[in-house]
Design a protein around this ligand. Structure first.
Ligand code: ADP
Ligand code: MG
Length: 260
């Protein structure tokens, strides 16, 4: 992508590239959370990330989402190196281009569903009065149009994750980053949430999803396997029909299990 592009062409842009990214945490002994990792997310692609606990999945997501900066290598979004941006420029980029979904939903407990969804709109020029109607549109879209004024504690886990997805969509981001979004949900609710992600992908959004469940990862086009902070291998699953867990085996290993 040519670097002279201006923000107007947001629909054709959206390439995210990690080049030789490294991140080391110093907690007494240095922990090499990521090492020499290079990865490109093409616009509109759907990538799953798998790997054992501690292999660097969340660290990778945080790097690609500008929540953290690498201490080696670069992350580029639309051809711009994130490391060259100021803190506030990075926050604006994160707030307008990227939507985050987390395993534990991360909703503000004292705010209603609608208020949670309006929070990221401060990064965009959405006029105050328009925010609630925009939140309603987004909550309608995830099937919660009748729960606008409910607090998170008044919602089920699946409903909370739907609110979190609506919040992630607040500024129509091109990139959605999800860290084990179904990890705290039963398999049926998780399947509903996956349908939402598939819709977002079908709309042309770029999605990166961390999961330890094989059948979830198979819904993506490819699986990036991490091991000890390094890219182990990339598996093409675009032609794989996801192995849906059978209805009658609901009690069997809801957490997948092989590499959790
Ligand atoms: P995963 O998401 O695959 O379980 P993480 O990316 O969370 O793995 O962590 C990778 C490694 O980096 C682990 O060894 C973890 O303990 C370490 N780590 C992650 N975040 C921090 C942090 N903020 N401070 C110190 N060590 C961290
Ligand atoms: Mg993690």
């Amino acid at each position: 992508m040519v670097d002279a592009k201006r923000p107007d062409d947001s629909h054709s842009s959206g390439v995210v590239t990690a080049r030789n990214v490294g991140r080391t945490y110093y907690m007494g002994e240095p922990v090499h959370a990521l090492q020499d990792l290079s990865l490109t997310l093409e616009p509109g692609s759907f990538t799953a990330v798998m790997g054992p606990s501690g292999s660097g999945k969340s660290t990778l997501m945080n790097m690609l989402g500008c929540l953290d900066t690498p201490d080696e290598g670069t992350v580029e979004i639309d051809g711009r190196s994130v490391g060259d941006l100021s803190g506030s420029q990075r926050a604006k980029l994160r707030g307008t281009k990227i939507g985050f979904v987390f395993q534990t939903f991360n909703l503000m407990p004292r705010l209603t569903a609608a208020e949670n969804v309006t929070l990221p709109m401060v990064f965009n020029d959405v006029v105050d009065e328009d925010r609630r109607s925009r939140a309603k549109t987004l909550l309608d879209r995830v099937g919660l149009g009748d729960r606008l004024d409910h607090a998170p504690t008044e919602l089920s886990g699946g409903q909370r994750q739907r609110v979190a997805i609506a919040r992630a969509l607040a500024n129509e981001p091109t990139l959605i980053l999800a860290d084990e979004p179904t990890g705290n949900l039963d398999s049926e609710t998780g399947a509903d949430i996956m349908e939402l992600f598939e819709e977002l992908h079908a709309e042309g959004r770029t999605i990166l999803m961390v999961t330890h469940e094989r059948h979830i990862a198979e819904r993506a086009e490819r699986i990036v396997h991490l091991l000890d902070g390094k890219l182990d291998y990339i598996e093409d699953v675009s032609d794989v029909v996801p192995t849906v867990p059978a209805e009658d085996s609901e009690a069997a290993a809801p957490n997948g299990g092989d590499d959790a």
